[in-house]
Design a protein around this ligand. Structure first.
Ligand code: HEC
Length: 527
């Protein structure tokens, strides 16, 4: 048994071990084996029982035949037969007319049922096969004394049993023994009343012994046949089961492979979405920084000219060549005022750059994977600054913050990303110039952030799909269609929800609700 190496080991993890590793298949196959073995066992038992039943029925018939002849004899109170060397008068029969002579002088003797049975049994034994014998616990004829097996049977009859069967090993192979009682009837009393028997007593029994060998041979034959049939069925079952499992395994691997490919593609798209939003950010930030850097640079140029003029004036003062006209030409008062302005303006510009960099750092919170009790209003504010470049030409932004908003347990960088997505979508929904309203609020269990625009809105059929991955209404190449899907995932991970309402032509409102008890609710899942 070899495990063909699956092409993609990462995907093969998705296939359950019991399907992946063939050695586990031995378990169900062994179970099949057990079932078949059990069935075989039951079949063999049944065959054995049936052949024993057949053998016993044969012995029972033999018993009935003998009983018929005996009863016929007893009903005549014994019958007379001619005396021959083989049929001598019965010494145990005490009867006043045991021996008689016919009128023409033939000697006749009376044969009682027991004697007749013995005579027939002699003939049957010499014929081979069946041996039968009359026995008693208290025999008139000593040779009729029961052997061990017969004695136990007779004792059982005394207790009310009606027949006994058994097998034993005889000199020529196994023997089936059968025995049933002889009950004293009216007709028996003629001869047996004097031993004290009454009708209904058990006088003794008739035992029938038969060779069991032919029965055993046919039993063995039957057993061999069902064993072969069961073996064949088991082999077929194992082969078919193995084949089906093999098929299942292959399909499963194929499926796992496809799923792996899908996951990979999904991962790549997520990555490109991330890159796209980084692009938006970079463009915005570059713009925001460019502006102040530009005028700081030009201010420094002006300041450089001023400084050069001042130095020239100072040098001519030292040389003693400076005149009143030089001071007037230098416009000293203007220089004083303007350079102060330029320095203040430049410092303001640099402060703006510093703030943008700080916001950017806040927005992406380098320690992303950590849950924090975050101030959502501050997060919104920082996100607004970061995406300001995307918004400022499109919309006037109104802030309606909940001043009492409690801190919310969350991954702040991820919530910022959600807010950024909503803000950028809101800006894109506005065609000319409009208003974006950002609200926050809370109740006992939830805190929420709302981003509302008065842009073109969405019809219901678009609304139905906006959280589907890859769904986008933007032109090809303008958006991955993953922004809202990612936002949805992030908010779900926080145990929260996103609700949307939208009216075509009037704008849309997105509300992100986050549970205030997120830690308890979600068991602090780390993404
Ligand atoms: C004609 C007389 C006679 C009649 C009728 C008769 N028997 Fe007997 N039976 C004998 C004699 C005699 C023996 C002694 C042993 C022998 O002959 O083998 C005997 C023996 C037996 C034995 C063998 C045990 C032993 O004592 O040696 C049994 C069992 C038996 N009889 C049952 C019956 C039953 C049951 C009936 C009635 C259906 C019956 N007999 C009717 C005369 C009779």
């Amino acid at each position: 048994m070899t495990n063909s190496p699956p092409k993609n080991t990462a995907n093969s993890r998705a296939v359950p071990q019991i399907i992946r590793e063939r050695r586990w298949w031995l378990l169900p196959l062994a179970l099949w084996g057990c079932v078949v073995a059990l069935s075989l066992e039951l079949q063999i038992d049944k065959i054995r029982e049936q052949s024993t039943q057949v053998a016993i029925e044969g012995a029972r018939n033999m018993f009935r035949m003998v009983m018929l002849t005996r009863n016929w004899n007893a009903s005549h109170g014994g019958v007379y037969v001619p005396v021959t060397p083989a049929t001598q008068p019965n010494p145990y029969l005490e009867h006043p007319r045991r021996d008689v002579t016919t009128t023409d002088g033939v000697a006749m003797t009376m044969v009682n049922p027991a004697y007749m049975t013995r005579l027939i049994a002699g003939m049957a034994a010499s014929d081979g096969g069946v041996v039968f014998r009359l026995t008693s616990l208290r025999p008139i004829r000593p040779a009729n004394l029961a052997d061990d097996w017969e004695r136990r049977a007779l004792e059982a009859f005394e207790r009310g049993e009606t027949e006994t069967t058994g097998t034993e090993q005889g000199p020529y192979g196994p023997i089936l023994r059968y025995m049933a009682p002889l009950v004293v009837q009216e007709s028996c009393l003629a001869c047996h009343a004097k031993q004290g028997y009454k009708t209904g007593d058990i006088r003794g029994g008739l035992s029938v012994s038969q060779s069991y060998a032919p029965v055993e041979a046919s039993t063995r034959n039957g057993i061999r046949q069902t064993t072969l049939a069961h073996g064949g069925a088991l082999l077929l079952l194992l082969a078919v089961s193995w084949g089906l499992l093999e098929l299942l395994r292959r399909r499963w691997f194929e499926l796992a492979g496809k799923m792996g490919e899908l996951e990979e593609a999904h991962g790549q798209l997520l990555q490109s979405e991330k890159m796209a939003s980084i692009g938006v950010l970079a463009a915005g930030v570059a713009h925001e920084i460019n502006n102040p850097v530009g005028f700081v640079n030009s201010n420094l140029g002006t300041l450089k000219t001023y400084t050069e003029e001042l130095i020239a004036l100072l040098e001519s003062c030292r040389a003693g060549t400076a005149t009143e006209a030089d001071f007037v030409a230098a416009e000293f008062d203007y220089l004083k005022a303007d350079s102060a302005d330029l320095i203040r303006e430049s410092r303001d510009g640099l402060e703006r750059v510093r703030k943008i960099v700080a916001d950017l750092k806040d927005f992406s919170r380098l320690d992303q994977a950590e849950w924090q009790e975050a101030d959502l209003n501050a997060g919104i504010e920082c996100t607004l600054n970061v995406v300001w470049n995307e918004l400022k030409y499109k919309a006037e932004v109104l802030r309606e913050y909940d001043a009492e908003l409690p801190r919310v347990p969350c991954l702040p960088a991820q919530i910022n990303q959600v807010v950024m997505n909503l803000l950028i979508n809101a800006a894109h929904a506005i065609d000319e110039r409009g208003t974006i309203t950002v609200r926050s609020g809370h109740d006992a269990r939830w805190a929420w952030i709302e981003v509302a625009d008065n842009g073109h809105g969405m019809p219901p059929e678009v609304l139905k799909h906006i959280f589907d991955p890859f769904y986008t209404t933007k032109p090809v190449g303008k958006g991955t269609g993953l922004g809202l899907s990612i936002s949805y995932d992030i908010v779900s991970k926080h145990g929260g929800r996103i609700d949307v309402s939208s009216t075509p032509g009037h704008g849309s409102t997105f509300r992100v609700s986050l549970p205030l008890l997120a830690r308890e609710l979600t068991g602090q899942t780390t993404p």
